[in-house]
Design a protein around this ligand. Structure first.
Ligand code: ARG
Length: 480
């Protein structure tokens, strides 16, 4: 057993070549080695690679393809490699191409001859598919937990603002009064669907590909179900060619990421608007704001702008993978190696964004009086029209009458709240004294107590239901 210490020089290409270059006379050009290697990024899969290899070795032993002593040597070598990597003592050499060969190369150093048996009945093609699925399953759980954190933060803020009346907008024009809580629950609804999509992506990743070999399986008597059980997979891939060609699960994941990023971007944009002087609905917390190099007064929402801006790259991650897959013949092609960085990038973008937004929301200082003042006025016109409808006026007739009322009141430089009953009655004889009480944003919101509406009592009940529901990322967790 060779016991090379990490301080010794990296293995040469020729040394690494021992593993898979039996049919070549000459080594690869270093530039080719560098261009084609995935080790610089796929080393992130080391723990999944080792876990998969341990399960594979145990299966090989059970199938009689390894002696128990060989399996033990392999497992202890793999555990040691994990420790070396985690201690920063592992020498990553680009000559190893990828994490799979890097681990296998080191295993042959540590375990000697038994190490050379680990790759029995396995190809890097099914190995990388396995590692990537193990990785994604775990990362989806982590992402869902962070999404759950943001959802909880929003529910908390919503709970404090069930009565905080603000204008709702269409076309970014004041439309009808709503509440801040109701507005925030719209994002919670988006995140609930995002979470469902991640759960579905997880289920698609939860399929065990090992045993597919390079593409066509193996003549050796392996036990795929045992490996699946060992690694906690819900099922095994049913077609060996598909098992090594399929990256649908990564596309599903990136599609869910792209849509989540779009939701975060819309949210970021609204906070940017609300915290502008023009809206003045909220004040950016210092801890989340940036200054200007020239203008001393500036308080910039850079974090939110970058959450909005980075949406482009997450959408790009999805389209890059789709384009890499388009037109690829079955089965494995090296183009598939491009899958990993796209997924890593989406994760590395979204995870901190979710975490930071969850911390941001409770610190955003709202100004309810400003919000409420913006919610009255002509935003109550629909309430006046509905007042008339409730008294038998056809909606189109009411719409026209109130339209004229708004036009003439605005032209006179007055607000709806300034009108007297006599003035209202010029537009419809159906207006009674109670019409004046209609002209209140809080009353308007409370009167829309329909299911899905903004009335405080409706929203309070909705928050209670949402808060009682199982947290995303915790629910339906079947496998490790
Ligand atoms: N580094 C490769 C990847 O990331 C692993 C599989 C390589 N297989 C091969 N035949 N080159 O996809």
């Amino acid at each position: 057993m060779s016991r090379r210490r990490p301080t010794e020089p990296s293995p040469t290409a020729a040394e690494a070549a021992n593993l898979i270059r039996g049919r070549f006379k000459r080594p690869r050009l270093p530039a080719v080695e560098a261009f084609t290697a995935s080790l610089p990024f796929d080393r992130r899969l080391y723990a999944h690679d080792i876990r998969g290899s341990i399960a594979h070795a145990q299966m090989l032993a059970k199938a009689g393809l390894l002696k128990p002593s060989e399996a033990r040597a392999i497992v202890s070598g793999l555990n040691r490699i994990r420790a070396e990597i985690e201690a920063g003592e592992f020498r990553f050499a680009v000559a190893d191409e990828d994490i799979h060969l890097a681990v296998e190369r080191r295993l042959t150093e540590l375990a000697g001859a038994p190490g050379r048996k680990l790759h029995t009945a396995r190809s890097r093609n099914d190995q990388v598919a396995l590692d990537f699925r193990l990785f994604l399953r775990e990362e989806i759980d982590a992402l869902r937990a962070l999404l759950g954190g943001l959802r909880s933060a929003l529910l908390g803020v919503a709970g404090d603002h069930v009565e905080t009346v603000m204008p709702g907008y269409t076309h970014l024009q004041r439309a009808q009064p709503v509440t801040l809580a109701h507005h925030l629950l719209a994002y919670v609804a988006m995140f609930e669907r995002d979470d469902e999509r991640f759960a579905q992506a997880r289920a698609r990743a939860d399929v065990m590909p090992l045993g597919a070999g390079a593409l066509a399986g193996t003549t050796l008597p392996i036990d795929r179900a045992m490996v699946a059980r060992e690694l906690g997979f819900a099922r095994i891939a049913e077609n060996s060619i598909d098992a090594v060609s399929d990256r649908d699960f990564a596309v599903d994941f990136l599609a869910a990421c792209a849509l989540l990023a779009v939701h975060l971007s819309r949210m970021a944009e609204e906070i940017i608007l609300w915290t502008s002087a023009e809206f003045g609905f909220a004040e950016l917390p210092d801890e989340f704001s940036t200054g200007s190099s020239m203008m001393p007064q500036k308080k910039n929402p850079d974090l939110l702008e970058l959450i909005r801006g980075k949406t482009g790259r997450v959408i790009g991650d999805l389209t890059a993978l789709l384009i890499a897959l388009k037109g690829l013949p079955l089965a494995y092609n090296s183009d598939l190696q491009e899958d990993k960085e796209r997924v890593f990038d989406a994760l590395d973008t979204l995870k901190p964004a979710l975490d930071l937004l969850a911390q941001f929301w409770p610190r955003l200082g709202f100004k309810p009086p400003v919000m409420r003042a913006a919610a009255g006025g002509f935003a109550l016109a629909t309430d006046l029209a509905e007042y008339l409808v409730a008294r038998g006026v056809a909606f189109r007739e009411a719409h026209e009458a109130i339209g004229a009322l708004v036009r003439e009141t605005a032209a006179a430089g007055k607000a709806l709240e300034d009108l007297t009953l006599d003035e209202l009655r010029r537009y419809s004889a159906k207006f009674g004294p109670d019409a004046l009480t209609t002209l209140d944003a809080g009353g308007s919101v409370a009167a829309r107590a329909l299911p899905g509406g903004p009335a405080p009592k409706t929203v309070r009940a909705r928050i209670a239901r949402l808060a009682a529901a199982p947290k995303p990322g915790r629910a339906r967790k079947r496998s490790r």
